[in-house]
Design a protein around this ligand. Structure first.
Ligand SMILES: [Zn+2]
Length: 402
């Protein structure tokens, strides 16, 4: 008896660690202790039978908002993590320099899920739904870099939302975010939606290792021309080493754009949810649903899992710890079933596609321990919205039913 837990008989899909097929996974304390085709069940204190299930590294969501009760978009990560297989969450810019301390104290310290953050170039972060870059007095590069330096254990980059509704059309916010990222020697994540600034003004400021999020947007700054061709600037950015992230959310995923991109061979590098108050009740729902949409468009399950495990782990330089099932990695493991049936999936404009399969999380293990999962028939809602967001939802901003 020398392992704590053994996950046996599952179909393992671990693109980063190179394990695909029938493997057993042994866990000791909070680390992967062994991954082999057949491990003796007598060698572990606790057995998890994964027969008929897909076993992956705990998923990494590169685009989330978890600063709940303080910022506009934030949701509590743990209930969603336990039901979606997402063990590592990157909060992208909910906090800026003025309110990062609270993200650490009241969210990261008090959540089970692993949370890292990108610091918003705007000191107020995403306190309000929009306009955070409109007052340049809030975009203090010196202060941003100082807060990064005080929090390098958690802050892995800089975030800037660059669209008309955040900037009023100006490019100054992007230039300050660029300056902060360069000075801190960290990646910059830039969100796109509707211009101005135009995509032609934005893309040339991104460099190798930076991340463009909302890459499948159907808004005016989309990466595909109306002809369906990829913008040459997008190809140039990819050639230069810029990463392209999905960030589905409530306003940023168009089937038409995504299908055009895939037809052009421009597959997003990372698939993420942009999980927030207006996305969690649909049409985004969660990471497994978002991955299912990409399977529906022709990606294999393994290609999807790679884009939600090892790819984001590498983007964040965390691939020695998370995103793989290699021996020595943190024991974050997710179990899924691939249900078959007829499932109608929607993009943010409520354009529908029918999928004949749906990836569904059945168990989420974080640091060697199963996360508490609120059952489907629990009378209490498994995720509660803040009053303001409930109002937005009730106005019909987001469809509620799957
Ligand atoms: Zn977002």
């Amino acid at each position: 008896m020398h392992f704590d837990t053994l996950i046996k008989n599952g179909q393992v899909m671990d693109p980063g660690g190179g394990h695909t097929g029938s493997f057993d996974i042994a866990i000791t304390r909070n680390r992967i202790a062994a991954i082999e085709p057949n491990i003796d069940p007598a060698a572990a204190r606790k057995l998890i039978d994964a027969t008929g299930q897909i076993v992956t590294p705990g998923l990494i969501d590169l685009h989330t908002h978890v600063y709940h009760s303080v910022t506009y978009w934030g949701i509590k990560p743990d209930p969603i993590a336990a039901r979606s297989g997402v063990t590592t969450w990157l909060d992208v810019g909910s906090a800026g320099a003025y309110n990062f301390a609270g993200l650490r104290e009241f969210v990261i310290k008090q959540s089970e899920a692993r949370i890292y953050a990108l610091l918003n170039i705007s000191g107020i972060g995403l306190t309000a739904p929009n306009w955070e870059l409109l007052n340049l007095n809030y975009l203090d590069v010196d202060l941003c870099c100082k807060v990064v330096d005080l929090n390098r254990d958690l802050v892995l980059g800089i975030k800037a939302r660059i669209d008309y509704g955040t900037t009023g059309g100006e490019i100054a916010g992007l230039l300050r975010a660029r300056a902060a990222a360069d000075r801190c020697e960290l990646p910059l994540m830039v969100h796109i939606a509707s211009g101005p600034p135009t995509i032609q003004e934005i893309l040339p400021h991104l460099r190798a290792g930076d991340i463009l999020t909302h890459c499948c947007t159907g808004r005016s700054n989309k990466l595909v021309a109306d002809s369906g061709q990829m913008l040459s600037l997008a190809r140039q950015a990819r050639d230069a080493g810029v990463l392209f992230d999905v960030g589905h959310g409530a306003g940023s995923f168009s089937f038409e754009s995504a299908e055009s991109m895939l037809a052009a061979g421009f597959v997003p590098d990372v698939i993420s949810t942009d999980m927030h108050q207006l996305a969690v009740h649909g049409p985004c729902f969660d990471m497994p649903t978002t991955l299912t949409k990409f399977m529906l468009m022709g990606l294999s399950l393994e290609e999807c899992i790679a884009r939600a495990t090892i790819a984001p782990a590498r983007a964040l330089k965390l691939d020695h710890e998370v995103g793989t099932l290699n021996v020595g990695a943190l024991a974050d493991v997710a179990l899924f079933t691939l249900n078959t049936g007829s499932y109608t999936l929607y993009d943010i404009d409520m354009h529908a596609r029918t999928s004949h399969q749906l990836l569904t999380n059945t168990l989420t293990i974080l640091g060697g321990r199963p996360m508490h999962r609120i059952p489907d028939d629990d009378p209490a809602p498994w995720i509660e919205l803040d009053a303001g967001q409930r109002m937005m939802r009730d106005r019909g901003h987001v469809p509620i039913s799957r």
